[in-house]
Design a protein around this ligand. Structure first.
Ligand code: GAL
Length: 650
């Protein structure tokens, strides 16, 4: 018999089933998006209250939340009263409670909001072995998602126990690059007439390697040792250049389309951004170290090229730290970098000397999101300054422009971006413009029109460390409906690749909270979306697994495919949360992603008919880079929890 306060929770029949309150179990393995699980309290430690009624017993949590339980076939019943705690009454919280067991969904509350009447759960658990209690953020943000498993208890003949999510090995699927040459990365490159060309041929294979390029336009030369193209093209036009890479083991050949005209970003950007590792303590040294690592780890050989400073390089008004304070602008109105960036031109020269490109960040507002000087009323000086410093990329982040925008109508939303894009076009070098305003006003519908080359489609993927997986599933899979808006010259940007070591927002970095399978899903989905591949973890702590995720050339080829069609969902099974995505490729083949968003392993089948094909068709497994043979009418795979399989169908 279990006594809780004065409450008698079970009749005492020796050997018979007993009620085990959820709150009596070890809650340490429980995971949630904010705060810590609270026993017999709401998540903030206040009395648990649902629909005006005080509950003495239960577990208070915060979406997204997962609790795995081992039942071992000994449980009979689960009962609970669920809802959003009254402590967030009047606030915009919204959650969904789900109970799953052995691959089945036993309960789905639908969307629940503060003030709604709680829902009763009463489930038969007979014979089941593993149960999962989930609270999702109901497709929006996790703000105010205070969720209560009120009076939750399990009737069982042996005590259930909580456990961690099933462990996954960090299996490295990407084969090591071969010693023979292979040319990788973007096979279409846009440059404006007269702008400096800086394009490094990305090639894996044993060094030394000798490069050759046939059909180079006038004004462009190749360094045969480094594989770098430089110079400039005077005349607009399309120049197919046949690239060759030769080493002691063999030769590779691939055609690069150099397109001289007004369109940049013919394929999604690839590179690295400082934000999720260095946040507000980024320095010149951390940028140089990132550039060094992009070369030394070989990422450059797979097509990564931008090394981008995010927020926090300018002066911070009111800062106590002498390195961050000082004169915001010089007498000519030109923006100053803070003391952590003593020589911006020296920094971009350094990045360029590695064959890479450099990016910078600012806001159209008076201040950036982290409170550093922004470009408001100095847009022209800043565009010129960034070009003069030698930058090739600008991320333009809405932030405090909110205070001066005058609203969120299309005109107000477009205005600052249109202005900056026009100013950048006047510069004597090409700067790619990344719009960062979190998807407001359906930016994908007009981002390209105002001169953007990519636009963030949602808020920060990693705004909450624990919430990265749910944000990745929500924002990434949510782009299925927006595929038509992404393509050469302007790309949907669901934010950075949050892999390896990233900020835990507690002053240091931690390994990404994504499970190994979630990490494969993250990269696969981004490649199928044709999203920018901008890694934002610690470049100096890349292990074999993370590097494998970032440098699979078969996957990168899907992302960088010159057709530039974004992939989208072609089939879905709601019950098992599995789906199939397809991205048409320039050679007539199709990349297919078989995804399992569900909590249990499941079989996913991609049918040729769903993508307008008929069989038999040759299939290649892209992560393993292995041809699998011919398949008659489709391809079926057992896909792990939150994992995926990506194939190319010829
Ligand atoms: C956010 C932006 C992040 C990062 C941050 C810097 O608004 O979405 O990607 O740039 O600002 O303060």
């Amino acid at each position: 018999m279990i006594l809780l306060g004065s409450l008698v929770l079970s009749a005492c029949i020796s050997g018979g089933p007993e009620w085990y309150p959820l709150s009596s179990l070890d809650l340490a393995p429980m995971r949630q998006g904010w705060g810590a699980p609270a026993k017999n309290m709401a998540v903030e430690g206040k009395p648990m209250t649902l629909g005006g009624k005080r509950l003495e017993n239960g577990v208070g949590t915060h979406a997204p939340s997962t609790m795995w339980l081992e039942l071992g076939g000994k449980a009979e019943r689960f009962t609970a009263t669920v809802g959003v705690d009254d402590e967030v009454m009047g606030k915009p919280g919204s959650v969904v409670f789900k109970v799953l067991a052995d691959g089945l969904t036993l309960f789905d509350s639908g969307v629940m909001k503060p003030g709604m009447q709680p829902k009763q759960v009463d489930l038969d658990l007979t014979g089941l072995s593993k149960m999962l209690l989930i609270v999702t953020e109901a497709g929006d943000s996790i703000d105010y998602d205070h969720a209560d498993w009120g009076d939750a208890k399990i009737l069982a003949t042996a005590a259930p126990s909580t456990m961690s999510a099933p462990a996954e090995d960090r299996v490295v699927l990407t084969p090591k690059p071969l010693p023979t040459p292979r040319i990788n990365g973007a096979m279409a490159w846009g440059v404006r007439p007269g702008s400096p060309v800086l394009y490094t041929i990305a090639a894996t294979g044993e060094r030394p390697m000798e490069f050759r390029a046939d059909g180079l336009p006038d004004g462009v030369t190749l360094d045969s040792r480094t594989g770098r193209l430089s110079g400039s093209i005077a005349k607009a036009g399309e120049y197919p250049v046949v690239l060759h890479a030769k080493n002691a083991k063999g030769v590779a050949e691939r055609t690069l389309m150099l397109v001289c005209g007004e369109t940049l970003a013919l394929t999604p950007h690839m590179g690295w951004n400082s934000w999720y590792v260095w946040e507000n303590h980024v320095t010149d040294a951390s940028m140089r170290a990132a550039a060094d690592a992009m070369a030394s780890t070989g990422m450059i050989d797979h097509g990564y090229m931008y090394v981008n400073i995010d927020d926090c390089w300018a002066i911070k008004p009111g800062a106590k730290d002498p390195l961050l304070s000082g004169k915001e602008r010089d007498e000519r109105g030109r923006i100053n970098a803070n003391g952590r960036f003593p020589d911006m031109k020296g920094l971009t020269d350094y990045i360029h000397s590695k064959g890479l490109k450099a990016g910078i960040y600012t806001s159209p507002g008076k201040l950036t999101c982290a409170g550093f000087v922004g470009s408001y009323h100095h847009e022209a000086e800043d565009a010129a300054r960034f070009a003069e410093w030698g930058f090739d990329f600008l991320k333009y982040d809405w932030c405090s422009y909110e205070d001066v925008s005058g609203g969120h109508g299309r005109a107000e939303l477009r205005k600052p971006y249109e202005l900056m894009a026009t100013l950048l076009k006047d510069q004597p070098r090409d700067l790619v413009l990344n719009l960062c305003q979190y998807g407001m006003g359906n930016v994908w519908e007009w981002g390209k029109e105002v001169g953007g080359h990519s636009w963030r489609t949602a808020g920060d993927l990693g705004g909450s460390f624990e919430g990265i997986a749910s944000a990745m599933f929500r924002d990434g899979f949510g782009l299925a409906e927006r595929a038509a808006f992404s393509g050469p010259g302007g790309w949907n940007d669901p934010d950075y690749l949050l892999l390896g070591y990233i900020s835990n927002w507690k002053g240091s970095t931690s390994p990404t909270p994504l499970t190994p399978n979630e990490q494969y899903t993250h990269v696969s989905l981004w490649c199928l979306l044709g999203a920018p591949l901008i890694f934002s973890g610690d470049m100096t702590r890349l292990d074999e697994f993370t590097l494998g995720l970032l440098t699979n050339d078969d996957l990168i080829d899907v992302d960088q495919d010159v057709l530039g069609r974004a992939g989208s969902r072609v089939a879905m099974d709601e019950a098992t949360a599995t789906e199939v995505w397809a991205k048409p490729l320039s050679d007539g083949s199709v990349a297919l992603g078989l995804f399992n968003r569900g909590e249990f392993e499941g079989t996913v089948k991609a049918r040729w008919i769903d993508v307008g094909l008929s069989g038999p068709r040759a299939v290649r497994d892209l992560w393993r880079q292995k041809d699998l043979g011919q398949f008659a009418d489709g391809f079926e795979a057992v896909v792990p929890r939150h994992g995926c399989v990506v194939i190319r169908v010829k």
